[in-house]
Each structure stands twice: as structure tokens, then as C-alpha cells.
Design a protein around this ligand. Structure first.
Ligand SMILES: O=C(O)CCC(=O)C(=O)O
Length: 222
């Protein structure tokens, strides 16, 4: 059950929403408030991961520094540099394996995937995206994974954001989906390769996480 603190926040619909499922594509869903019951266990686990693999600003193959800070946990982590995008077993910053995926994160990802019709999801990578006001993620496809059978499970924490869900072509006009603390987006199957992104984060201070948004994106990469 949500903590009292979490339950109190239900009073503010601009910060988080009561649980319900919204379908935003043939196999794309927003699970409103789905992660809220996990938050209390999830945050300390996440802090441990970030101590071992802190956020860093990565550079794209085109030479742009991403406005979103990145880290990973799990058997594989996603990185980008001038030589390309890829998954690696070793964190290039520490020279050590990426921190293991905490059980609570794996459990949440699996439960959300099941709720969206993708039972048996077994993620081996969790990308951790860090947004401060102004940070954004431009439209892209998640296609560095070995195969596309598994869905993407994406958990929002902290400040609200506007998620864009486009089509299979970059030029397809994206749907704008407001996401709040505790919301989980799941897309897979025929929607697995849809373009998606996040509009620049607005200024604000979240009562639990302060002036930031953290997004956890679970994938089956290897
Ligand atoms: O931050 C988000 O909600 C989406 C993150 C994302 O698009 C990605 O990691 O590929």
C-alpha cells in the first residue's frame, strides 16, 4: 500500500494520480500511479546504484552532449560516445560491471509489463535518466537491443514531464502524454519501435525528489 505521505499526495492531481490504465496505442499503455506502492523501497535501492554508478552527461556520435544525465544497472548498461550507441557489461566510467539491478526494480518492471499484457518480461538492463529543468530527450527509437520481442517499461519519478509517443517514422506527429510521479509507460509488440521522446522539463520542485525527474527504463537488451 502507498505510504501516508504518498496517499496525501493523491490530493494534488498535478503531482500524481490514482491508479488506472490508459491505452495510448495498440500495445502501448500508461499505468497511472502504478509505481507508487514501490517508491518507498525503490528510492534507497536507487541511491545505492547511483553511488556506484553516478549520473554522467554522455556525448552522442554526432558530438552533442545530452542534456539528460545517464546511468544504468543490470547485466548491461547503455552508453553513447563518439563511436556510437551500445550496451556494455562494464561501466566505462568506473571500469567495473554496472551495479546489479535491485530486486525491487526488477519486480516493479515485471509487474508493470504483466499488467500491460507482456507476461514473462525479464529485463537485463535498466537505464536511469536524470532530468533537471530544461533537459529533454529528442524523438528516437529504442533499437540497440538484440531483439524486439520484449517491451519497454518506463517509470517516472519526481517532476511531471510530457512524453511524446510518435509513430514508426520520425515524421509521424507524436501524441503528447503528461506523466506524473509514479506513472509507468509500457510499449511493445507492434508499438515496440515507435519514436518517443520527452519535452523540456519545466521548472518545479517535487515534494519527495526536489527539482528533478528520474526515469527508469527497463529493457531486455542482450
Ligand atoms: O524519460 C522518459 O520518459 C523516456 C526515456 C526514453 O525515451 C529512453 O530512455 O529511451
Amino acid at each position: 500500500m502507498p505510504s501516508n505521505f504518498t496517499a496525501e499526495l493523491f490530493g494534488d492531481p498535478e503531482l500524481q494520480q490514482a491508479p488506472r490504465t490508459e491505452q495510448i496505442g495498440p500495445q502501448s499503455f500508461v499505468l497511472r500511479g502504478f509505481a507508487l506502492p514501490w517508491v518507498e523501497r525503490l528510492l534507497p535501492a536507487l541511491r545505492g546504484v547511483l553511488r556506484a554508478a553516478p549520473f554522467r552527461q554522455m556525448v552522442t556520435p554526432g558530438g552533442f552532449t545530452m542534456s539528460v544525465g545517464l546511468s544504468s544497472c543490470g547485466q548491461l548498461g547503455w552508453t553513447t560516445d563518439r563511436s556510437g550507441y551500445r550496451y556494455t557489461a562494464i561501466d566505462p566510467q568506473s571500469g567495473q560491471p554496472w551495479p546489479a539491478m535491485p530486486e525491487v526494480l526488477h519486480e516493479l518492471a515485471q509487474a508493470a509489463a504483466t499488467q500491460a499484457g507482456f507476461a514473462g518480461f525479464d529485463p537485463d538492463a535498466c537505464l536511469i535518466n536524470h532530468y533537471v529543468p530544461g533537459a529533454r530527450m529528442s524523438l528516437h527509437q529504442d533499437k540497440d537491443e538484440r531483439d524486439y520481442h520484449a517491451p519497454i517499461v518506463s517509470v517516472s519519478l519526481g517532476l511531471p514531464a510530457v512524453f511524446q509517443l510518435g509513430g514508426d517514422r520520425r515524421s509521424d506527429r507524436p501524441l503528447r502524454v503528461p506523466l506524473l510521479h509514479g506513472d509507468v509507460v509500457v510499449w511493445g509488440g507492434v508499438d515496440r519501435l515507435r519514436y518517443h521522446g520527452v519535452l523540456p522539463l519545466k521548472e518545479g520542485t517535487h515534494p519527495l525528489l526536489g527539482p528533478q525527474r528520474i526515469n527508469l527504463t527497463f529493457r531486455r537488451a542482450g
